[in-house]
Design a protein around this ligand. Sequence first.
Ligand SMILES: O=c1ccn([C@@H]2O[C@H](COP(=O)(O)OP(=O)(O)O[C@H]3O[C@H](CO)[C@@H](O)[C@H](O)[C@H]3O)[C@@H](O)[C@H]2O)c(=O)[nH]1
Ligand SMILES: [Mn+2]
Length: 698
Amino acid sequence: MASQYKGHLMLTNIKWSPVEFKTYPGHLSNRAHELPPVDLFVTTADPVLEPPIITVNTVLSLLALDYPANKLACYVSDDGGSPLTFYSLLESINFAKLWVPFCKKYNVKVRAPFQYFSDQEPLIFGGISSDFREEWKKLKNEYDKLQQKIEEATKHCHPYHLNYMFDDFSKIERGNHSSIVKILWENKDNFPEGLPHLVYVSREKRPKHAHHYKAGAMNVLTRVSGVMTNAPFMLNVDCDMYANNPQVVLHAMCLLLESNHKGEEYAFVQYPQFFYGCLPGDPFGNHMIVLQEYLMRGIAGIQGPLYGGTGCFHRRKVIYGESPVQPKNTRSNVNGKSIEMTLKSKFGYSAELVVSVANLLSGKNKKMLRPSDISSSVKAAIEVADCSYESNTDWGTNVGWVYGSATEDILTGLGIHKRGWRTAYLAPNPHAFLGCAPSGGPACLTQQKRWATGLLEILFSRNNPVIATITGDLQFRQCLMYLYINLWGARSIPELCYALLPAYCLLTDSSFMPTVSKKAFLVPASLFTIYNLYTLLEYLRCGLPVRAWWNYQRMARIISSTAWLFGVLSVVLKLLRLSETVFELTRKDQNNQDDDADIDPGRFTFDDSPIFVPGTALVLVHISALGWTLLRAVRNSGFTSRSGLGEIICSAWVVLSLLPFAKGLFRRGKYGIPYSTIFKSKILVGLFIYFCISVSRN
Ligand SMILES: O=c1ccn([C@@H]2O[C@H](COP(=O)(O)OP(=O)(O)O[C@H]3O[C@H](CO)[C@@H](O)[C@H](O)[C@H]3O)[C@@H](O)[C@H]2O)c(=O)[nH]1
Ligand SMILES: [Mn+2]
C-alpha cells in the first residue's frame, strides 16, 4: 500500500487540470471537398492468435466509414505473411461491395458486421421498411457465407494455389520471405461513393534481420502508403480494434484541421481504448475505463495524451520528424547538399519515396486528390518494404515509429512531445473504437509484462523523459507524468517487499504496525481507508459496480507481483546483454473456442509459465505465516506475541488480493496451478522461512 501513497502525489499532478473536447463533425460534412485524404493502417501478425475474421471485421468497419471513399486508403500489414489472412481479405472484398453501400444507405451505427449481426432481429426490424428487411437478410446471409469460407479455409488447407494471386505465398517460410504488396481493391474511378483502396502488405523478413515488431511494421506501412497515396493524415489500429463510431475521421478532423487558441496544431488525435464483449465486473481489471476517464483526461490537460498504439490519427509530417516550428528552408541546398540528398540520407534510397516526402513536407499534396491509380507504384512499394531498406537511414530513430521499446507507442509519442508538439484526446459518444481485452491469467500477465518491460526500456533509452525535458521541449509536468507511467514496472520491487513484510513479522514474531490499542494505529488505518474509499469512489462515479473496483485492486496486486516483476527482470537481462526483449502477442479470440462445459470465462487461469511462481510463493508464505501465528496462539492460549492484529490484517489482505492463486492451489486443469509451479514456489518459500528463522535466532 505504501508505494500507492507515494504514487498519489504523482497522480495529483496528472489529474490536476483535466480537459475534454467536444467536436461537431456535422459542421464538416458539408465541406466534403475540403476534407484531406487519410491513410488507414491495420496491423496483424499471426493468423492463430489473431484470427483473420477479426482483422476482416476491422477492415470492413474502416472501409465503411463516413468519409469520401476516394479520400481513404486502407493498408493491412501482415507480419505473419499468412496466405489465410490474405485469402480472408480477398474474399471480403465482394462482401464489402454490398456492405459499404448498405451501411451508408441506412446509416448503420455499428459497421463491423460480426457485431452488427449479433443483434436480435426483432430489435432491428421494429417499424422498419420491407426493403430494409430484405437487404438485411441478404447481407446477413452473405456475411455468414464469408465467415464460413474463412472458417473452412482455417480448418482445411485451402487450395490457394489455384489462384495466381497466391503465387507469392506458395513457397513462403514464416519469418524468411521477400516483401509482398498486393492491391486487393483499387478505387480506379476515384469515386466518393465507392470502396476505398485496400492494400495487403507483408514486409520482407529474414532471420538475421531485426524486424522491430510492430514499430517496424508501422514504418513499412508509412513508406508503402507514402509511395502510393501519401495522405497527410494516417489512422492506425490494431487488428482487433474496429471502428465503432462511423464518424471517427470527421471527429478527428475537427481537431486536426484547426489549431488551438495559441495557434498550435495538434500532432495527433488519440481516441481511448475501449473493449467489446466485456465480462461483467471486469474480472481481469483491464477494461481501463477509470484509468482513461481520469488519467488520460488529466494528461490531455498537460501537453496532451500519450500515443496509445491504436485508435490514433497521426499527422504524417510529424511522423517524418518535423517540429512544430520548422525553420523554413526554401533553398534547394543545405550545407552544400541538395535537398534530395538530405532526404535520401534520412528516408532511404527510394526515389519515389523521396519525391513523396518532399511533396508532403512542402505542403504540395494538401489539396491534391489522392492518385487514383496506385497499381503503378507497387514496385516502389515492394522496394520500401524490404528489410534492408532502413539501414543507414533515420527510420526508427528520428523518423517514423521509434525502435528500442516493447511499448513502441509510448516511446514514439514521447519523441513527439519532446519536439514540443501538443496532442489531443477525443472520447466521442458512441465510443470511437472497440477491441478485445485479453482474458485469463496467462494472456493478461503476458500483456502486462510486455508493457512493464517496454515502459522501463524507455527510461534507459536516449529518449528518457528527464533528458527530453532538459534537452528538448517536453514540459515539466508532462515529464513527471511519463516518469510515473514508465516506473510502473519498477514498483513491483517495493510492492513485493511490502507484501512480504507482514509475513516476515509474523514468522519472526516482530512488528511493523503500531499496536491496535495505540493512537498511532489510526495513521495507517485511516490512510488505508481513505485510499480505498477514494479509488472506490472513482469507480462508482464512472457508473461501475463495486465488484469491478475490487477486481481491479486485486489484479493490480497480482500483476505487480508477477508480470511487472518479470518485466523488470527482462530489462535487467537486456541491460546485461544476456537477452533481447521480445513482443509477445496477445491472444485475440476470446474463450468461445473452449471445449470445457463448465466454462467460466471470468475465472483466473494458469499455465506452466514461470510468471506464476512469485504469486504462488507469496500466497504460500502468507498461508504459512498465518498458520504459524494461529499455532502459536493456540500453544500460548492467546495472542501474546509482539506481532499483533495489524500484521495479521495485512497478511490476510495479501491472501485476499491473491485469492485466485490461493484457490488455484486446490484446483486442477487450467484453473489450477501446475505441480511444477507449486514445487518451485515451495523452494522459494522454504528459503524465505529459513531466512526468517535465522534472523530471529540472531
Ligand atoms: O511483430 C509484431 C507484433 C505485433 N504486431 C501488431 O501489434 C498490435 C498490438 O499487439 P497486441 O498483441 O494486440 O498487443 P496489446 O498489448 O493488445 O497492444 C497494446 O500495446 C502495444 C504495445 O505494447 C501497442 O502497440 C498496441 O497498439 C496496444 O493496443 C497487433 O495489431 C499486432 O498484430 C505486429 O504487427 N507485429
Ligand atoms: Mn491488443
